[in-house]
Design a protein around this ligand. Structure first.
Ligand code: BGC
Length: 361
């Protein structure tokens, strides 16, 4: 068997790097080849708009372009439903299963079962700790957090903040990505806390990234800090918007920089309005395409070398990790130009003028 060589050349934003085809000319290829049918389980539709507005759309786009059968379902944050959907997909004959786990426990149960039935598996966006997925496709999530920490720091400097009190709204404690995001922003902010340049304010993790709960949590943080919070490290746009809603109630919006992630329509509008400091754009189209390419190859009995691995305990998981990008008011236009959201969505009503001011034509 000739093992194909693959390189991931410059897997960067807006460039289509990613996987190059890796031929497997082995004679046994035909024997192992199956007609690809790909099952995808998305986690919910409330923790972030991305799952339904971006991931579903771009996965469909990739599967249709490759002319493969697919079934994309959403577990709506219900772990039992997650397992039921997986069982149905396996019974329904999927050749590959892609999951965005709700936690590593149920994720592992699903992956192990799929594996035992000969179904190929991919961890999509979230790594299942202790799991058995054959590939992991995501972004460099520690860099996502680093961009958030740097962004908050930049906005605090621009506001002329002196010894600012910074609060944290971390993502779900059961999401490995939330751990990686925090490691990223801590790498930027902790040295500033240690040097007494910044003051560490309240810190909470938001269960299941629940945006509504995040508002309650942030309101409590603000009370606890006697109203003195000068910057909010919010791990995604939904949590950021929750903080902004409370800041608005206290007439503090626009004065206190808030971070985000996902370049959601709402997040971009909050940036244009001056209520949000920045967001992190992740080109989900590329993530979906990379995962789709791998799932199709696996179904054909081909192996792809991703050129990179991620450690999960003792296991080296072959991975594709794409590059995230920081978005501020002046480059909101890049997200629109990339086709992630449309001008019509972002620039509605009062945002039309703000869009024009930000050079979105
Ligand atoms: C994803 C983020 C998303 C969050 C909440 C994370 O695992 O990487 O893009 O905002 O989950 O759904």
């Amino acid at each position: 068997m000739r093992k194909g060589i693959l390189t991931i050349a410059a897997v960067g934003l807006l460039t289509t790097g990613g996987l190059t085809a890796c031929g497997d000319d082995s004679g046994d290829k035909a024997a192992s080849a199956k007609t690809p049918k790909i099952g995808v389980i998305l986690p919910d539709s409330k923790s972030s708009a991305r799952w339904e507005t971006a991931d579903r759309r771009f996965l469909e786009e990739a599967f249709k372009a490759a002319n493969v059968q697919y079934d994309i379902q959403n577990a709506q944050n219900d772990k039992t439903a997650f397992q039921t959907i997986a069982d149905q997909m396996i019974t329904g004959g999927v050749t590959a299963l892609m999951i965005v786990n709700l936690d590593s426990g149920t994720g592992k149960a699903v992956l192990d079962k799929a594996k035992s039935q000969g179904v190929a598996t991919i961890d999509y966006d979230r790594l299942t700790l202790g799991g058995s997925a054959q590939y992991y496709v995501s972004f460099d999530n520690e860099t996502v957090g680093k961009l958030q920490g740097e962004g908050l720091s930049k906005c605090l400097t621009e506001k002329g903040a002196k010894n600012p009190v910074v609060s944290y709204l971390n993502g779900s404690p059961t999401d490995n990505n939330a751990t990686l995001f925090k490691a990223g922003y801590d790498s930027v902010l902790k040295p500033k806390f240690d040097a007494n340049e910044y003051v560490k304010g309240p810190e909470d993790a938001v269960p299941a990234w629940d945006n509504a709960q995040a508002a309650t949590i942030f309101e409590q943080q603000l009370t606890k800090a006697n109203g003195k919070i000068d910057g909010v490290l919010a791990a995604n746009d939904g949590l950021g918007n929750a903080a902004i809603s409370i800041l608005k109630k206290n007439k503090l919006n626009g004065k206190v920089p808030v971070t985000g992630q996902d370049a959601s329509t709402e997040g971009l509008q909050n940036i244009l309005a001056g209520d949000q400091c920045m967001t992190v754009y992740k080109a989900v189209r590329e993530e979906a395409k990379a995962a789709s390419d791998l799932a199709i190859a696996l179904a054909k009995g081909e192996k792809k070398d991703t050129g990179q691995t991620v450690k999960d305990g003792d296991r080296d998981v072959p991975s594709v990790l794409l590059t995230p990008k920081a978005i501020y008011k002046d480059n909101v236009k890049d997200v629109i130009a990339d086709g992630y959201v449309t001008k019509e969505e972002v620039c509605t009503g009062a945002y039309a003028k703000l869009c024009a001011d930000a050079g979105i034509s």
